[in-house]
Design a binder for this molecule. Structure first.
Ligand SMILES: [Fe+2]
Length: 135
């Protein structure tokens, strides 16, 4: 999946982090299609754990600054994503890497790209644009 300029929300820091995430996800998807998802899953989960701490707090701080109306829902979606990552990590730790865990992560990430970054995060950019116009 390639980054499109239309995914940009117009805040360099956030857009850079989104691009970085997409690059990492593509690495994982590529590994999955080469039957190497099992080898890659632990690395990807470790990356996601660290990445989400900084990225989500940056995004939430921005939403607070602009009085984003759906901040609470958005924050909840972030928390759900972190929970899914942690649960998967726990499963991998206790039961070992399986094809099922690889498929699960693949689905979670695909859903995140399609429904979160491309829709929910775009709303932040739209909110900022409307706000800028009003000033
Ligand atoms: Fe977000």
């Amino acid at each position: 999946m390639a980054w499109k300029d239309s995914y940009d929300i117009g805040v360099e820091k956030i857009d850079c982090q989104h691009r970085q995430l997409l690059a990492k996800l593509n690495e994982f998807f590529e590994a999955c299609s080469n039957q190497q998802g099992k080898e890659k899953i632990e690395e990807t989960l470790k990356f996601l754990k660290e990445y989400t701490i900084e990225h989500f707090s940056n995004e939430e701080q921005l939403m607070e600054e602009i009085n984003f109306p759906e901040l609470a829902e958005h924050r909840q979606t972030h928390a759900d994503f972190v929970k899914a990552v942690l649960e998967l990590e726990e499963t991998v730790k206790t039961k070992g890497v399986s094809v099922l865990s690889t498929i699960k992560l693949n689905r979670t990430l695909t859903d995140w790209l399609i429904n979160h970054i491309n829709k929910c995060d775009k709303l932040i950019g739209q909110c900022m644009a409307t706000r800028d116009k009003a000033i």
